[in-house]
Write a protein that binds this ligand. Sequence first.
Ligand code: SF4
Ligand code: SF4
Length: 366
Amino acid sequence: MQYRMDKNGNALSVLGFGMMRLKRRQDDTLDEQWAINTLRYAIDQGLNYVDTAYAYGDSERVTGLCLQDGYREKVTLASKLPVRMMTCAEDFDRILNEQLQRLQTDHIDYYLLHALNRETWEREVKQYRVLEQAEKAKQEGKIKYIGFSFHDNLDAFRQILNGYDQWDFCQIQLNYMDVDYQAGITGLKEAHEKGLAVIIMEPLRGGTLANVPSEVARLLPTEPVESALNFLWNMPEVTVVLSGMSEFDQVEQNLTYAHKAQAGMLSQQQVQQTVAAGETMRRSLSIPCTGCNYCNVCPQQIPIPELFALENQRMADGDNAGARQRYAQLGDKVAERCVGCGACVKQCPQTIDIPQKLAKLCSIYK
Ligand code: SF4
Ligand code: SF4
């Protein structure tokens, strides 16, 4: 395993375990035994960064189970405050205490303000004195380092990055398709220059970059997952790349790549090839959904990420009949159930106009 240092002298493994997309059983509950075995296996192989969040359903509780039997001490544990869910200043302590309980620990190492954007930065963070309270929690030893995860444009990123002088780290979405999207590579470099550790999320864009169309695969220097991860690790400004692994094979594969990950390991030509593949991928992707499931608030119970995944698959492989069949399996006229209330749009970190995309699906699959 390769390691990179954060500003506080901690050696973090270049591969982090994202606990958002853990394997599920048939009844849709998390497969606890799989999570315990798999995470502990990865830790035994040298992985030492584990990322969860209050808002990831049952993930914190399962992470707490995984980290029993001496594993908690072996990792840097990251979790996130659901800033958007706060309705008063007192929520900070209430939520943090609940997180410590769920995680069965007395402190969280990397504590993030979750999914900040211009709005939440101006509204909840200031209104509920979140940073002041985070500093107090740091003094009390309940958290070690303060950071934020981010979904908005570069201007908003700069506003947040420069709006507080004690950030230890940040977490941004970055992959070879999104080099100029949200914070992008420019944001990565600016955060690094300020001394922050930078944690990367969505390196495979919710799995989309693991399964690319042949015209994209042809452009990549190595197989798709290796190319996507190497593109990130090649940059010295990247500290940890998170991967939300839900199959044991993925863990094995990613560990193999992480053992070899070095900054500057790609030639200029390989970097250019990968960026060109990203441009082709962007053109071939109909809907930029990462499958994060944050839009799971729909009063009509529309399975939005599943619908978008099948439409992207149809665009990639041209299998119209197969897509139609899978569409029908999701329910009768499922996209047509949308009443345009907009609840999902407010949650989407990719700012997708979900009702408009669903209306398009209605006409394609009618
Ligand atoms: S806009 Fe449509 S898809 Fe979104 S939450 Fe409302 S009903 Fe559901
Ligand atoms: S539509 Fe947006 S919120 Fe929903 S899964 Fe896709 S990226 Fe996430």
